[in-house]
Design a binder for this molecule. Structure first.
Ligand code: SAM
Ligand code: SF4
Length: 329
């Protein structure tokens, strides 16, 4: 239960670190069509910086680190970095969030990362819609990546879907069945208004509406699931439901309609070492310089200061939008 207690009594013990701002896809709700101007290598944390920084986080009681992006597997050497990370942190709960398209080509290294869990984004199984949503992606690569991840024993694997009315709403039961058929955990994340050029109220589906679409699979009851024997780490923001017909579970992350701010245990660090205590807050603390200097005292002080700035709720924080590919989703 270690971690840093913030000024409102929340225990912060989970860090999400973006390893790159780049991605091989251009999902319409996440990245502009032409991509973003990529940061140069000197502007992002090197792997040794991330390892050192993770040691500082671990020293402060962080129990879980998730690597994300952009797409973490587009960064050269990422699977080998995960192997090194695991050697240095044998006990840390370790996950990545990925679009899975590059999992198969990295199979041999990923298979060596003990205790890796994965969140895989999948908004549609329809090849044409997938190409449209990702602006050019091939669903075959993702399905192959999912099968590879299962084959090499990555567990748990959660399938994350953003329901968007008029795009994939009718497909939600199919995605749930795909996940269950493969022994995976389906979760639906409410579409967040991070970039207003794409988000509209019409496209947004709240948790109640998501559940109502899923009702064609039977009724759903709220539950507290247990995913793994590793109970050191809280299960995160999803609310889980069991289906009366199948007995299986699906999660909904009410990122918009019912914020989990009072239980939020996380902080975020961008690939360029900017730390945020809230996804929706523009308050960022630049750490790259002091990480590079290996200035332990300064980095510890800034982490604690950042956690202390953690907003009470996202309503207090909504001054800083930005794309998930930049902040690290
Ligand atoms: N490239 C990886 C992937 O797609 O899983 C990791 C980074 S991506 C930014 C992380 C997650 O953020 C994805 O599951 C994506 O669906 C989600 N995301 C991006 N923009 C979002 C938005 N506006 N609302 C809800 N989820 C969003
Ligand atoms: Fe890339 Fe993930 Fe953003 Fe899609 S959601 S553009 S895969 S970073």
């Amino acid at each position: 239960m270690a971690g840093i207690i913030d000024s409102r009594g929340r225990r912060v013990n989970y860090a999400r670190i973006s390893v790159t701002d780049r991605c091989n896809y251009r999902c319409v709700y996440c990245m502009p069509e032409d991509g973003v101007k990529p940061l140069s290598h000197t502007e992002i944390m090197r792997y040794e910086d991330i390892l050192w920084f993770s040691e500082v986080l671990s020293g402060l009681g962080m129990k879980k680190i998730r690597f994300t992006g952009g797409e973490p597997l587009v960064r050269r050497g990422m699977p080998k970095f995960l192997i090194d990370f695991r050697k240095v942190f044998p006990e840390m709960s370790l996950s990545i969030t990925t679009n899975a398209s590059l999992v198969t080509q990295n199979i041999s290294d990923l298979a060596k990362v003990r205790g890796l869990s994965m969140n895989i984004s999948l908004d549609t199984l329809d090849p044409i819609k997938f190409r449209e949503m990702t602006r050019g992606g091939d669903i075959g690569d993702v399905v192959s990546g999912i099968r590879t991840a299962i084959e090499i024993g990555i567990s748990p694997i959660k399938i994350n879907t953003v329901p968007i009315r008029g795009f994939n709403d009718s497909e939600l039961p199919r995605i749930v069945n795909f996940a269950w058929d493969n022994g995976l955990i389906p979760r639906f994340i409410e579409f967040m208004p991070l970039c207003d050029d794409v988000w509209t109220r019409d496209r947004f589906m709240g948790a109640a509406e998501i559940l109502s679409v899923l009702e064609e699979m039977g009724s759903w009851n709220s539950v507290q699931p247990v995913f793994s024997p590793d109970s050191r780490v809280p299960h995160g923001p999803a609310r889980y439901y069991t289906n009366s017909a199948s007995g299986q579970t699906a999660g909904i992350i009410e990122a918009v309609s019912n914020h989990f701010c009072s239980e939020c245990n996380r902080l975020r660090v961008t690939s360029s070492g900017r730390m945020r205590s809230c996804l929706f807050s523009g308050n960022e603390i630049p750490l790259l310089h002091i990480i590079r200097e290996r200035n332990l005292e300064a980095v510890r002080r800034e982490i604690i200061a950042c956690i202390d700035m953690k907003p009470h709720s996202w309503n207090d924080a909504r001054d800083g939008k930005g794309r998930m590919s930049d902040i690290g989703g």
